[in-house]
Design a protein around this ligand. Sequence first.
Ligand code: WTA
Length: 648
Amino acid sequence: MNHRIVAVPDAVRARAHIDEAKYKAWYDASINDPEGFWREHGKRIDWFKPYTRVKETSFGPDNVSIRWFADGITNVAHNCIDRHLASRGDQVAIIWEGDDPADTRRITYRELHAQVGRMANVLRNRGVAKGDRVTIYLPMIPEAAVAMLACARLGAIHSVVFGGFSPDSLAGRIQGCASRLIITADEGLRGGRTVPLKANVDAAIARLPADSVDHVIVVRRTGGAVAMEPGRDVYYDAAAREVTEECPAAHVEAEHPLFLLYTSGSTGQPKGVVHTTGGYLVYAAMTHQYVFDYHEGDVYWCTADVGWVTGHSYIVYGPLANGATTLMFEGIPTYPSVARFWEVVDKHQVSIFYTAPTAIRSLMSAGAEPVQRTSRASLRILGSVGEPINPEAWEWYYRVVGEERCPIVDTWWQTETGGILISPLPGATPLKPGSATRPFFGVKPVVVDGDNRVLEGACEGNLCLDESWPGQMRTVWGDHARFVQTYFSTFPGRYFSGDGCRRDEDGDYWITGRVDDVINVSGHRMGTAEVESALVAHPQVSEAAVVGYPHSLKGQGIYAYVTLMQGVEPSEALRKELVAWVRREIGPIASPDLIQFAPGLPKTRSGKIMRRILRKIAEDDFAALGDTSTLADPAVVDDLIENRQNRA
Ligand code: WTA
């Protein structure tokens, strides 16, 4: 195959931390002697008690256990704040850009220290102690980072729930980890519209058994009137006035959980991915420095929401551990205008910019002019994450946004991996539009076929990892067996990512997308099983099957086949109602794009739904359905094709 290759520009290489030679030397060292490599790099963070043990990991098949730096003692908030005070107390840690361009805040490391201490004391006064779970359901305001760091300071475990999730989804996540304290805001504000966060929290708590939640702390964002339950709910500003800023950082073991984050998988309800302290922070900080070639003085902006792992590792923990200035943006790319991203870049002189292909595609459709109205001269590095970036979007990002000056790092990773695993390094890796290129230090990708046979050279198959890295998830909250089953049983002895990939003749990796029943909608992971279970909860639905299909803006759209209860007639009104129903059950990100009413679904004689066929029809590619003779009733396929919703 011939690919367009963008060589490393000399100017980028000259100032980069890592060039080709260093990448090769470090990479080889990290694979040949992981123990020695990480013993050295673990020192990039402060330890109250240094580790003597480094890598204690096993991918099974008998015992899956992952421990890094296990006898070290540290604290994440200390590393992200306190240790910077002497050298950079007056440097801006967080630039906050509000939904309204007139709303900006700049918080120095010293101010962040004070705010986190106060928030930690507010939590401590309400009984939060080491190991307790705290649910954070906040918009993109500095208090979100402050709340996360306050938990870390106390050794409490945060579970951030994306503000777009419904009360039902929130309730499941509160109950899943038995957290008794919730931090929320009166309302969120995005694109000029309010989001009723506190009302959602109230609705979520109403679904839980009585007395599940002791405290709700409400940050005032809009000042909108909300119901306050006496004894349970308190405004953060009032609670903060009653405490000091002095709060010592708890000493916690390297393997003490830092956070859990619920994420969708191919089966069942979302699971709580557990990340721990030492290894996670070392990995988040190190990848942030080298993948984005972060230098002193850079202004770094990741446009993700803190409700996702990208926000955890690359808005909060990685950048702050490195003493960086990190920008946090409350709004959306298209408000007040489609030039908003680039206006913010100019306003704050952003040098490193990290976003998702879905945002690029939506801005691309508005043309180059809104971009060219802005300067963007401060930009040096561009990043992409969340889904495969199609070459057209890559080229637009590269040429129009970066004016062919800025390398694009296409970073492949997952909630489970804690940090970036496959990505170019700006000073070391020639770029290929659409390829995530090379593994980071310590990362050992393998491509296997369906029988767990390792494929060599140029090949295509299932993407697995054969070695642990410090940022890897440790377990599923409360269910280690599910952890082993989900990630280590399909291909015994290796971690299976759930993604397919191609490796080309140069050894570069091209992620082809999920090979399991997870779909990726605008860079957000959605389990088809979750959407199906929401649909069948509707009284008029008897059965549902959900698949992804190619969508020009979202990457993948949600296509639902729905069989109605006997006697219920399909109608446009019902279609609309079902879309609204799923939004209410899960959240707007799960809204089906297309619903096809199907009198029957294609099933094998043993009753298993043949998703392969449903995917093909959803893709409008029904000429290649393959063998349908094993179906219990091959005639259903004709009806499905005739009434398909996605027509070219
Ligand atoms: C997909 C987000 C191609 C992939 C950090 C993965 C990508 C899932 C890329 C994880 C990329 C993420 N190229 N695909 N650069 N980055 N993905 O857990 O399918 O929200 O398994 O983590 O997103 O999504 P998650």
